[in-house]
Ligand binder design. Structure first.
Ligand code: HEC
Ligand code: HEC
Ligand code: HEC
Length: 142
């Protein structure tokens, strides 16, 4: 009986230890290289829509950074682009692709407006934006 307890205790400790190790591993690598979902809520809540969710990783495995951050003009800042539906329907920002040709079109409101109501604009569960937004801007950049 006591040995059984000991075995389960050791088993649990090993299990927890493995989890901690696994989490440490998962956490360090991707946190350097990838960015979490961006939740955009500049105007959505106020307009009675759920916040828009932009799955960054999903998109960046399909396109280079340049497509969005240079060609389409997305600034490197969650909520920094003042996106609204007029611009999207005019083919700007998300609308450059979500037009029914490259990707499904704007009438699929809920596929983008899927955030929990009240969630402020942010990069979900990401620490990388802290690293990438130094207090002082790099020389030569605004
Ligand atoms: C399909 C378009 C797309 C691609 C491809 C893309 N991004 Fe983004 N990125 C966005 C959008 C949209 C935002 C959020 C902007 C907003 O909220 O207005 C963003 C935000 C960011 C941010 C700011 C996050 C923060 O902390 O505020 C960084 C940094 C970033 N991207 C880096 C990258 C890098 C590096 C790559 C390539 C490896 C990349 N992006 C590829 C669309 C894209
Ligand atoms: C450069 C092209 C491009 C841009 C810009 C773009 N998307 Fe997408 N997006 C795609 C493609 C392609 C898919 C995959 C469509 C499919 O599966 O049919 C997609 C899929 C998605 C999905 C579904 C992801 C999933 O798990 O299936 C969401 C949500 C989404 N986009 C939101 C956005 C939002 C919000 C913006 C603007 C902030 C945006 N996208 C800008 C190309 C783009
Ligand atoms: C491809 C992604 C996408 C789709 C599809 C989409 N939206 Fe949006 N929408 C956005 C983004 C991104 C914003 C900016 C979010 C913010 O910062 O509040 C936005 C903002 C809004 C806003 C607030 C700004 C404004 O234009 O008044 C409303 C209202 C809105 N959407 C309604 C809709 C409705 C209704 C539909 C379906 C007919 C829809 N959206 C479909 C991405 C999308």
């Amino acid at each position: 009986m006591p040995s059984l307890i000991r075995r389960t205790l050791i088993g649990r400790m090993l299990f927890v230890g493995t989890l901690v190790l696994a989490t440490a591993f998962v956490d360090t690598r991707p946190a350097m290289a990838e960015y979490g979902d961006v939740i955009m809520n500049n105007n959505s809540d106020a307009a009675g829509m759920r916040p828009a969710v932009f799955p960054h990783w999903f998109h960046r495995v399909r396109y280079s950074c340049k497509v969005c951050h240079a060609d389409l003009g997305f600034k490197f800042k969650a909520g920094g682009n003042n996106i609204d539906m007029l611009k999207i329907m005019d083919g700007q920002y998300c609308g450059a692709c979500h037009n029914g040709t490259i990707a499904w079109s704007v009438e699929n409101c809920n596929l983008c407006h899927s955030g929990k109501p009240g969630t402020p604009t942010q990069v979900h569960e990401s620490k990388s934006h802290e690293l990438l937004n130094p207090a002082k801007p790099p020389v030569g950049k605004k």
